[in-house]
Design a binder for this molecule. Sequence first.
Ligand code: SF4
Length: 248
Amino acid sequence: MPTGPAIDTDPALSAEYADMPLVERLGLLASGRKNAVFTTSLGIEDQVLTAALSIAAPSVRIVTLETGRLFPETLSLIADTEKRFGIAIERFRPDPDRLAAFVERYGLNGFYESVEARHACCAVRKLEPLALALEGADLWITGLRRGQSGARAGVPFAEVDGARALVKANPLADWTADDIEAFVAANDVPINPLHARGYPSIGCEPCTRAIKPGEDERAGRWWWERDEKRECGLHVADREPRPAMAAQ
Ligand code: SF4
């Protein structure tokens, strides 16, 4: 079970937390944790957290899931971010045998054909590496924001992830897109050039498109699917069913 504060006394649930500057929030969150992990997709929210963690809580491990299908711009940004903040970002990659089994069964781009195939691809390329990244972690920090989509409107500052036996903290839950942009400008934070080309949310290249004016920030993710709450399974709340894991 998680070490550090219990969820009912977690600092992220205290009344003062909402009024704290980000650096203070992160320092408080990380204090007393033995193995705090921040997972970054190198999106703009995650770049804000990386910048703030490098000052507030350098003991927090920063990890990314190198799915094998990322944009070249995202891969370049990993190296640029390490250099800018003097940090090392841990890369977690898919298991080669599991990936080969997925490709054999569904085809490399089989995720366009069915939701089942898409979940199977996300399981091999993201969920399984994530499970390894979070092994033994007592705190998982994410860059989720309530304003990113209707499905994320209820994102709390902290919650128990019972399946992973840890506390999941979302210190940017109440930040707006304007807050994010202001922080980036004020702190010279490097960001993915794709954001300026209409991609507010950036995942794997074949599964991400630019959005149109008025669309949800996450409308460009798996745009061919109809489910309005579509996610890759990384951030499915305990009360919601998780996507099926990849077929064996
Ligand atoms: S986002 Fe697309 S390419 Fe990436 S893991 Fe999921 S289905 Fe596969």
